[in-house]
Design a protein around this ligand. Sequence first.
Ligand code: HEM
Length: 402
Amino acid sequence: MKTYYKQIIKDSFTSTKFFQNPYPVYEELRSIHPICWGNMMKNPGWYVTGYNEAMMILKDTRFQNRIPLPQTSKKYECLKNIQHDMMLFKNQPDHKRLRFLVSNVFTPKKVEYLRPFIHDTVNDLLHQFQQQKSIDVVSDFAFPLASLIIAKIIGVPQEERYQFRKWSADLIQTIDFTRSRQALDNGNAMTIILRDYFKGLIKKRKNSPEEDLISLLIKEEQQGDRLTDEEVIATCILLVIAGHETTVNLISNSIVLLLKHPKQLMELKEKPFLIEGAVEEILRFESPTQMTARIASEDITINQTTMKKGDQVYILLGAANHDPNKFQDPHLFDIMRYPNPHLAFGYGSHFCLGAQLARLEAQIAINSLLAWKDNLKLAAPDLQWRKLIGFRSLSELHITFD
Ligand code: HEM
């Protein structure tokens, strides 16, 4: 069975209303069928809005990851080569090998080791705002915080971390549906700069290793195998995209949601130990990554829908996380929601490698900001969401305080 909702997709996904609030569109699509055929912004494929269907697809390795660039085009060579070496776009057995070699630097122990550094970084930032009456949470708080942390992890010198915003802004555009040729050109140019930058850093660390991810990845040898320099470079660039931008969005989305739900904000302020559940609910409610994609490697039938070999499959994580068949009152923001088996970090073999780190950063950032001032307020009721389909990301978030 092939359920079409071509018209709905075409009209809805490009409207300003959609970028401001995508959930009514997701609901409309799901009410037709949780897996439907459509063509959004010249991307024909299956659009998945149901939770169970999304989970089944994510855990089924017959749905493969692929480089999100036209295979035939000779353009964007550098971007393509780098993406080719990223674990996110690999399939078995290559994916398992790469993930195994990198996962050692993201163990719970290594993440926990960063706790004091994250606390200090948050406190230093808040200290800088001491004389101010307002900040933009996105540029002044979430961006510097996430950059300082990822820069430390990777081994990018602190004084160079200000470049992260430009790096990630150019790269994130290359994997979103809304990308233009210009965005791909910029992304390709940025990848060349980053490739050379990380090449230089690898050379430095080979001569004098430090306690950072680059040094660890270079020396890490597991079962007689190690990453090539190209794979180390691709991993660093993947972390700039996957690990930085999404964490900025999680922190900014957290603040806006709590300020819009003052009772829950007060409760969290009084009982900071509720923070773990609160962050899970924020991840569910405004998932920083809204969409991921796969390609069917053979004909596969799920929920009476046969996806043919070669069909593109777009999994709308933000929609799955609001599926009423899985979550009671899915549009209710409730920091006490339990259990909360959201798919914000994906599911299956590509489950986010940085999930614990992202959680820890958000937990510390939110609790510290709430403890810092009593009267945080949104400066304006209207919010500007960036025009991205795969990410839930605020352009700016101004808040005031005394
Ligand atoms: C709130 C923050 C974050 C969100 C919402 C998020 C979301 C995701 C999602 C949905 C995937 C799976 C994509 C797919 O299956 O196609 C993923 C994969 C990944 N994430 Fe994250 N991520 C976040 C933070 C981070 C951080 C902080 C890091 C590292 C510093 C990171 C590193 C990665 C890596 C390396 C992968 C690829 C895993 C693989 O292919 O095996 N992420 N992330």
